[in-house]
Design a protein around this ligand. Structure first.
Ligand SMILES: Nc1ncnc2c1ncn2[C@@H]1O[C@H](COP(=O)(O)OP(=O)(O)O)[C@@H](O)[C@H]1O
Ligand SMILES: [Mg+2]
Length: 243
């Protein structure tokens, strides 16, 4: 997370070798990116660009989503199954035969996401995936990310969407002017007004409320609804008004 121009996109483009370091080294799964090809790196790292127009090129949505799978040599039956699953999951089935370029920005972003989710890479890199998505789509994406976390896959996401990331409980790295300025658990980073201000982000709404309620003895470092509920119930019990 971090301001526009902080270097987030530049950093994550190193994860599949789209950019190579001019000094220092970048290793992905122990392999130096300067010593391997983008094609080899891309086998393990699925990348969804900030701007889907830099990614889409096929004549139909279906062909776009099938492209990587064909390249990786999956059989037709598997390709059909995975393409149908991804299109259904991202509510794109009705556009199967449509050109991606006739879709809205948010839909094109979902096509790019579908093409990566369909081949199920070990590492997923998502550059601002929630832009242009409504609540339902964001919620589906969040549930999917939580599922990938449970499968021990790696998901690296660039986002300004504080509310979206809270429930994923991620490690958060804040960037400013090309440098990392903070790296830690979401509960520590997303509850720090000072750190967030430095990178032009705001506290999650629930944290804002609890920060204002510290004078009545509630904790400030609350980031989720569940935590808020527990903190309020504990407080109510202390006062003997609830049991
Ligand atoms: N290929 C490039 N060559 C030189 N400068 C670049 C290049 N790509 C991006 N930049 C610059 O690097 C900075 C970081 O950009 P970027 O990684 O896109 O930031 P972010 O994704 O955090 O908004 C910006 O000032 C941008 O103009
Ligand atoms: Mg960017």
């Amino acid at each position: 997370m971090g301001q526009n121009g902080a270097g987030k996109t530049s950093l994550i483009k190193h994860f599949n070798g789209l950019l190579k370091p001019s000094s220092g080294t970048v290793r992905v799964n122990g392999v130096e990116t300067t010593k391997t090809s983008v094609a080899a790196l891309a086998e393990n790292v699925g990348f969804v660009f900030q701007n889907p127009d830099n990614q889409l090129f096929s004549e139909t949505v279906e062909a776009e989503v099938a492209f990587a799978l064909k390249n990786f040599g999956f059989d037709k039956e598997t390709i059909d199954k995975r393409v149908s699953w991804a299109l259904d999951f991202l509510s794109l089935s009705q556009y199967r035969k449509t050109s991606p370029f006739l879709l809205s920005g948010g839909e094109r972003k979902r096509v790019a996401l579908a093409s990566v989710l369909a081949w199920d890479p070990e590492t997923l890199v998502l550059d601002e995936p929630t832009i242009g998505q409504d609540y339902e789509q964001k919620e589906k994406l969040r549930q999917f990310i939580i599922q990938l976390q449970a499968e021990k896959k790696t998901v690296v996401m660039v986002t300004h969407d504080v509310e979206f990331v809270v429930d994923c409980n991620p490690r958060i790295i804040l960037m400013r002017e090309g440098k990392i300025i903070a790296d830690g658990a979401s509960k520590d980073i997303l509850t720090s007004p000072k750190l967030l201000e430095e990178v032009s982000l705001v506290l999650p709404q629930i944290t804002q409320i609890f920060t204002k309620l510290t004078p009545i003895g509630l904790p400030a470092n609350i980031i989720s609804v569940d935590e808020a509920e527990n903190a309020l119930l504990t407080k109510a019990k202390e006062r003997g008004k609830y049991s």
